[in-house]
Write a protein that binds this ligand. Structure first.
Ligand code: IVH
Length: 708
């Protein structure tokens, strides 16, 4: 029974009792949060109880208490908003820049779904609004919660602020019991100009562009300020629903419009990529006169059934893509070239520019990629910019596309100073003076100092605390810089974070007496660190910042090995880059040899390994269990597909199996549990037979997983 179903079953008497219990519980949690005590409840738990309370209130409006926790919405802690765990994650979109990317997107969709499902394939196309996304939760037709996207899994509770937006209905009629509407908060050009005029007249902050103004206005702790700002909202998607809205994207959008949401009038349906691109050109031509900022066009598969079959990659749906407008350009002077040392030792040249406005944003830094790029060559030795090199003092053309770091597109040789000299790329690390070497086939020069290089150690730590990694509240890049050189409370490696509180109490330096710190902020930091001792396997692995081992790969590895101990044992056994453990690592679909070597190499390197094990000793690493694999007969099983599949493409079969908790491998070994063999299966089927691996045909496989 879901939480909301159980609420539907409550009698008024039970509801009253439950509201009383929740009000007491939430008041206590609130007190603990605001006082010096460590919070007694996780954010997610707090959030869930608050949602439960709001849902019961929506069901029994007469029973709402005087001291209802719902009215505490505005009373958020002074240092920020409370957190909201999204019932369905808020994802981002993959990007297309060229027309060819759009045709490829269509081809990918078709090949994933297979011929039989794509006869009537259609797409919607609509403007990509340049604002910030917001998720609105309605229970029994009443708006009970509004949250920003945040990191996609958890956002900020901005309910009080959302109530002040005119385009956001507070009540919807004839809606499903649970309805989460998602869309974009934005500010029109006219409202933006008027707001900035007002701000200027009052001596207040002037906003760089409408998106910043919208974000700054929505994320106000005082909802009265939000109310005074002219925010608008377009609905274009949804999260949790207790009943489907429609069978198609366009139909669902129409329903949202019937519920009273504003939807974008340029949303249309098309059959072919050519027609999508034509609509893109049409919208691009209207861009300047729309009256609000858009940065591209979003294409979505129209059938919701196909959307759900296509599913998601780690953070983006397979059924949608954003076709971005071309980048914006400006010319300026290159004042200096600085070298930054990254967490894997890469020396990255950065252009320091005379500040220039590019598409409404002031740019003073741009990436120069690597030494070849400065010399005028690409990674294969071909010329870029007609072979023109980049020199300090040059006039350079800067461009930016979306949120990516600005880049240098061109150099104006006519304006090159007569005395300019070619840039010489350093062969020593500017931070630790170790040699900086460039391995064959690598575009990047790297400092070989490893963890003795302070820049690498610091960048590793910054990565470690980043949002997608440990995400410790109150411990960001700035604080890492502060603690790094601290004489008493140094954080030089991840494990030091988890001994901070003990060390603080031990040598009486007391963080709370430091400049910029107080009892509250020190205690908040210690409890934020405590909270992260219990953490998911994939996240820990990603946090280590191992070269080539990104978020998706970390999750694949976590799902494959299940426990940290199993991973360590396997990597130890794979040390020589040969043998069964090495073969198994390579057999994981999505793990290539370069990544595998990097991973095994780091775990085999003495200093690194000591640092990793010291960290793990402080943690309670959670085993990787996929939520949807509950009751799945294939959870934890290793499956290999071979031959032709007729009911679905290989990609869909793989995605489906993984969502049921199975590991999909590319080759048959003694570890394989099931081989799914279609017509034309060859050597793999034979090997499976030799090894006595259970072999199923496609229908038998589907029967096995049916109904899951
Ligand atoms: S659909 C699962 N449609 O773009 C896909 N997103 O890069 C959900 N955005 O975070 C997003 N206009 O903030 C969608 N018409 C539109 C959009 C749109 C703007 C934003 C949204 C999202 C980001 C993804």
């Amino acid at each position: 029974m879901t939480q909301e179903q159980d609420i539907l079953a409550l009698s008024p008497k039970e509801a009253e009792k439950e509201l009383k219990r929740l009000s007491k519980l939430l008041a206590e949690a609130n007190f603990a949060y605001h006082s010096d005590d460590s919070p007694d409840m996780s954010d997610a738990e707090y959030d869930q109880l608050k949602r439960r309370n709001a849902a019961i209130e929506a069901q029994f409006p007469d029973l709402k208490r005087e001291d209802s926790p719902s009215d505490l919405v505005g009373a958020t802690p002074s240092d920020g908003f409370s957190k909201v765990t999204h019932a369905v994650p808020m994802l981002s979109l993959g990007n297309a820049f060229e027309d060819a990317d759009v045709t490829q997107f269509d081809e990918r969709v078709r090949s994933f779904l297979g011929k039989s499902s794509t006869d009537k394939l259609a797409y919607t196309a609509e403007p990509k609004i340049d604002g910030l996304s917001l998720s609105l939760r309605y229970v029994a037709g009443k708006l009970v919660q509004a949250a920003t996207r945040g990191d996609g899994a958890t956002g900020e509770n901005v309910t009080a602020n959302a109530y002040t937006i005119e385009d956001v209905p507070q009540f919807v009629e004839n809606a499903p019991q649970i309805l989460e509407v998602r869309g974009e908060v934005y500010m029109s050009h006219a409202d933006f100009a008027a707001l900035n005029e007002r701000q200027l007249a009052n001596g207040d902050k002037v906003f760089a562009n409408p998106r910043n103004a919208a974000a700054g206005s929505l994320r106000q702790l005082d909802a009265k300020i939000t109310q005074s700002r002219p925010l608008k909202f377009f609905a274009y998607a949804w999260g949790e629903l207790s009943a489907p809205l429609h069978e198609t994207q366009l139909g669902a959008i129409e329903r949202l419009s019937e519920f009273g949401f504003v939807t974008n009038p340029l949303t249309k349906r098309f059959d072919k990529p050519d027609a999508l691109i034509a609509h893109y050109r049409d919208i691009e031509a209207q861009r300047a006169t729309l009256g609000y900022d858009i940065d591209g066009v979003v294409y979505k598969v129209d059938s919701l059934e196909l959307q759900s079959r296509l599913g998601f990659r780690s953070t983006t749906p397979r059924w949608a893509i954003a076709h971005k407008f071309p980048a914006e350009l400006a010319w300026t002077r290159l004042e200096a070239i600085d070298i930054q040392v990254g967490r894997t030792g890469a020396l990255s040249p950065v252009a320091r520019l005379q500040p220039v406005t590019v598409g409404g944003v002031v740019v003073s830094n741009a990436t120069l990629h690597n030494e070849d790029y400065i010399r005028g060559f690409d990674s294969k030795g071909g010329e870029i910019r007609d072979g023109k090199d980049i020199r300090v003092g040059d006039w350079v053309q800067v461009y930016r596309a979306g949120d990516v770091i600005p880049k240098i597109a061109d150099v104006d040789l006519k304006k090159r100073p007569a005395d300019s000299v070619r840039y010489v790329f350093p062969d020593k690390c500017p931070e630790c003076q170790s040699d900086a070497v460039r391995e064959e086939g690598d575009a990047v020069r790297r400092c070989i100092g490893g963890i003795i290089c302070p820049a690498q150690a610091m960048e590793k730590l910054k990565h470690f605390v980043a949002r997608k990694a440990f995400d410790i509240e109150g411990l960001g890049a700035k604080q890492i810089e502060m603690f790094f050189d601290d004489p008493d409370l140094a954080i030089n490696q991840p494990a030091d974070i988890f001994t901070l509180q003990a060390r603080d109490a031990g040598n009486f330096t007391k963080l709370k007496n430091r400049k910029g710190w107080g009892a509250q902020s020190a205690n908040n930091l210690f409890s934020a660190i405590e909270e992260k001792r219990k953490i998911g396997f994939g996240r820990v692995l990603f946090s280590l910042g191992i070269r080539h081992v990104g978020e998706a790969a970390s999750n694949l590895l976590a799902n494959h090995y299940g426990s940290w101990e199993a991973l360590e044992t396997a990597l130890d056994q794979a040390k020589g880059f040969e043998g069964a453990a090495w073969e198994e690592l390579l057999s994981i679909d999505g793990i290539g040899e370069v990544m595998a070597r990097s991973l095994v190499g780091v775990f085999a390197q003495g200093g690194e390994r000591v640092s990793i094990d010291a960290l793990i000793a402080h943690l309670d690493v959670q085993q990787a269990i996929k939520p949807s694999s509950e009751g799945s007969p294939v959870a934890g099983k290793t499956v290999v597909f071979t031959g032709t599949l007729e009911k679905m493409s290989r990609a869909e079969a793989k995605a489906r199996a993984e969502s049921l908790g199975a590991k999909v491998a590319g080759s048959v070994s003694s570890k394989t549990d099931i081989l799914v063999a279609g017509p034309g299966a060859g050597s793999k089927a034979k090997k499976a037979a030799d090894l006595g691996v259970k072999t199923l045909d496609e229908d038998a496989w589907l029967a096995l997983i049916e109904g899951l």
